[in-house]
Write a protein that binds this ligand. Structure first.
Ligand code: PLP
Length: 444
């Protein structure tokens, strides 16, 4: 199916080459729960291994159920190829390892999911990849931190807890002038934001969140926009331009456009080198769950977006809350970015701050009954967490403040319940904060 002018609601149901199962005529995508695929002949087998012919070899590298998911995710994002992997963390790790090796560096926004921060700050450091963290509010910080060993720029489109919007176009323009691609983790903004349209070369996803949508499966994806010329400054991207000894000396950036008619060297190398060697494959059953999640993603997201606006507006009128953090309420540059990049909505995460500190945040969370107290985002159910006592508790107070977590900060992820019920539950939390306040006054 051609994808020009097809809307997301249609793409998620019909995107890609799958129409029906050719053997049984089944309409739902079958779960191909198989490890291996029989070769027709030795010639067929050796052609597949040499990439002279495309086809299935082994599920660690490709699988027909995973392929349907990959095609639909790529189309939804305006990309050309995608790779489904075992988790969002795998997606981010591979996106970097596909370009950077020991001795290289990448430049990342400071505003990151904690797990990605750890990956960059500790695990990558231990394997010799340096990550230079910069404040993305000034895009020029990326230029300033760049040197001859810089292979990629990285940021999250809508990072929590700060929910400040990444300057996609500005940073990608700087990167392109050096031959450096921008990789955007778009986990929190599928459909709402399309980073590839604004100059990002690669997007990554934790499918675990809004795309799965029901909190049942862990998975990730990397999307290749095929919009980046890896050969423009070949010495900038050695892994894609120098002969790859692990693949008969192939030079990916030169060979792939000739073979596939599109510059998808990034996606192909990630599949046939990183999945082959590191093995972070997604299970076909999880892919099936994500295909189902995708089918209702546009519908669910519209409701998430609307519910979040209602809840944020309610919260902004509450006197016990000192600050409501939500992209719709942003000001200055952030407001301009919200209008430019978020045409469909602002997502469903809201940050609130109680200036009464850590105990107020805890009291609020403990009084909620409908909201689940979990370290997750993007579920159909409403979720809440108090980062200072959970996800960010290993950080020093200073580090917490740097990442945007104040002691009284609470993150809400607005679900699909009726907003009256969500708001009634939040009122229970606010009452508990009021009571806690009165208790403190009485003690004083
Ligand atoms: N990226 C972001 C923005 C996330 O929020 C998360 C998880 O919370 C991840 C990546 C990692 O995803 P996963 O849990 O699927 O490994």
């Amino acid at each position: 199916m051609t994808t020009e002018s097809i809307h997301p609601e249609t793409l998620v149901l019909h995107g890609g080459s799958f129409r029906k199962d050719n053997t049984t005529n089944a309409v739902a995508v079958p779960i191909y729960q198989t490890t291996s695929y029989e070769f027709d002949s030795t010639e067929h087998a050796s052609n597949l291994f040499a990439l002279k012919e495309l086809g299935n070899i082994y599920t660690r590298i490709m699988n027909p159920t995973n392929a349907v998911l990959e095609e639909r995710i790529a189309q939804l994002d305006g990309g050309v190829a995608a790779l489904a992997v075992s988790s969002g963390s795998t997606a981010n790790a591979y996106a970097i390892q596909n370009l950077a090796k020991a001795g290289d560096n990448i430049i990342s926004s400071t505003d990151l999911y904690g797990g990605t921060w750890n990956l960059f700050n500790n695990t990558f450091k231990n394997i010799g990849i340096e990550v230079r963290f910069v404040d993305p509010s000034d895009p020029e910080n990326f230029r300033k931190a760049t040197d001859s060993k810089t292979r990629a720029y990285f940021g999250e489109s809508l990072p929590n807890p700060k929910l400040n919007l990444f300057p996609i176009e500005e940073v990608s323009d700087i990167g392109r002038s050096f031959g450096i691609p921008l990789i955007i983790d778009n986990t929190a903004a599928p459909i709402n934001c399309r980073p590839l349209d604004h100059g990002a070369a690669i997007t990554t996803y934790s499918l675990t969140k809004w795309i799965g949508g029901h909190g049942t499966s862990i998975g990730g994806a990397i999307v290749d926009g095929a919009n980046f010329d890896w050969t423009a400054i070949p010495e900038r991207q050695p892994l894609l331009n120098e002969p790859d000894g692990s693949y008969h000396g192939v030079q990916w950036a030169q060979a792939i456009p000739e073979m596939f008619g599109a510059q998808i060297a990034f996606a192909i190398r990630a599949r046939v080198v990183l999945l082959r060697d590191l093995g972070g494959a997604i299970s076909p059953t999880n892919s099936f769950n994500f295909i189902q999640g995708l089918e209702t993603l546009p519908l669910r997201l519209r409701q998430h977006n609307q519910n979040a606006i209602k809840v944020a507006e309610f919260l902004s009128n509450e006197s016990s809350i000192s600050k409501v953090i939500f992209p719709k309420f942003s000001k200055g540059e952030d407001k301009k970015r919200a209008e430019k990049y978020y045409k469909n909505g602002y997502g469903s995460m809201i940050g609130i701050e109680f200036d009464k500190g850590i105990e107020a945040g805890k009291a609020f969370i403990n009084a909620l009954e409908l909201h689940y107290h979990v370290a997750n985002i993007g579920d159909a159910r409403s979720l809440a967490i108090h980062p200072a006592s959970t996800t960010h508790s290993q950080l020093t107070l200073e580090e917490q403040l740097k990442t945007g977590v104040t002691p009284g900060y609470v993150r809400l992820c607005v679900g699909l319940e009726h907003t009256d019920d969500i708001i009634n539950d939040l009122k229970k939390g606010l009452d508990a904060v009021d009571k806690f306040d009165r208790l403190k006054v009485a003690e004083a």
